[in-house]
Design a protein around this ligand. Sequence first.
Ligand code: UN1
Length: 513
Amino acid sequence: ATDFGIEEALKSLGVKELNAGTSTGSKWFSNGSEIESNSPVDGQLIAKVTSTTKEDYENVVKTAHAAFKEWRMLPAPKRGDIVRQFGDKLREFKEPLGKLVSYEMGKSYQEGLGEVQEMIDICDFALGLSRQLHGLTMHSERPLHRMYEQYHPLGIVGIISAFNFPVAVWSWNTALAWVCGDVCIWKPSEKTPLTGVACQNLIAEVLKENDMPEGISCLINGDYKVGELMTHDNRVPLISATGSIRMGKIVAQAVGARLGKSLLELGGNNAIIVTPEADLKMTIIGAVFGAVGTAGQRCTSTRRLIIHESIYDTVKKKLVDAYKQLRIGNPLDENNHVGPVIDKDAVKNYQNALNKVVEEGGNILVEGGVLEGEGYESGCYVKPAIAEAQNHFDIVQEETFAPILYLMKYSGDVVNALELQNGVKQGLSSAIMTTNLREAEQFLSHSGSDCGIANVNIGTSGAEIGGAFGGEKETGGGRESGSDAWKVYMRRQTNTINYSTELPLAQGIKFDL
Ligand code: UN1
């Protein structure tokens, strides 16, 4: 098969011969069973890692805990400088890492590069943030007293990430956590362990160049059972988890039962509302990229289009025409628009969803199907499909991680479209296409979209790192990345200092001895 420089990328990232899956930095060990990483691009075995055992994990936590005691003593701007150096390392390895993301996960090479760009951007953001971990000061009700608040590091942050953004989501969490003074233990998805190994190798080099101890960046590998070692562990005060709603509920209960903190970024069921005053050219590009980009496997992928009846037929025709232009194939080949889904289970979920929407009374507009033959040997390439459906269908209420788009109509005012858009359990991303100011403001208002992300004249996917990323309802409520998302990685302390010669009590209480 045409190589697209994969062997070279694997070599430069040091992922091929390693055959271990647990690391505290430059040290690698692992005694667990083997995990194979097979590429959905060509079905080939890329390499193996070993999973983390309970003993391996104990070793990791102890090392991380010891590292935390040193790391938190380094001034935050100095920690920021180390994160800056990691950003520089990523700039240097952007191409091989982007390629590995594309090859192991199946997204297009452009999107693989885009993902590494998000990592670079969050490092820049975190560097600036390292000088801005501000608390407030407030006036005391007592004379000659001062009150203020400080943010202190939490300790060990456990990161559980998903296959679809195998490296960026880790970096959003870890870059912020590091400048906040925390150390991290990362469990990547068992479907994309090698991108995890590659990132660990890159950060290990930076930490070594700075004479930092082992344990600041740790990697563990395995399935949910390895994740459970962290979620049940009191020594890990914060768990940040990205993945399905089903997984999020299990994590939240385990972490909640020990009153730990969790940051959850779970499923979406994202819609674009297309009003009579939409710019249709922008709408089609936004909707098609949102629905088929990353083969429909972003949390922010567009699942539903809610179209005003007056333009419904026009939009429908334009979409069907646009889908005819889509080229499906090897994502490393930049001529293709759509790559494979992650594995055969994902193909099954895609097929089940298409069967289900027909059973429930939907109408297929663009036929789906699994591709076979040359170039499609992995069995993971599916045709992006469109179905006309009703919002209340069970299958429309679910998030299917595949390129399936549901079309529905609304009539009358934009309020009716909002009811449909908000009428799902998830609340991640949302968008409206309109040039009408009233509609746009209505959509953004407190009676508008109930999602964590609400865009005007932009699709549902492709958020910038500078904003807080996450959503409401069953999406889990967590916020990662920009804005003040850093606060969850720290503990807040309120300090009151008395510099008088008296001891006046708060609330005016008298207590004389
Ligand atoms: C995800 O799908 O988990 O907004 C993250 C986007 C990307 C991140 C998606 N910046 O599509």
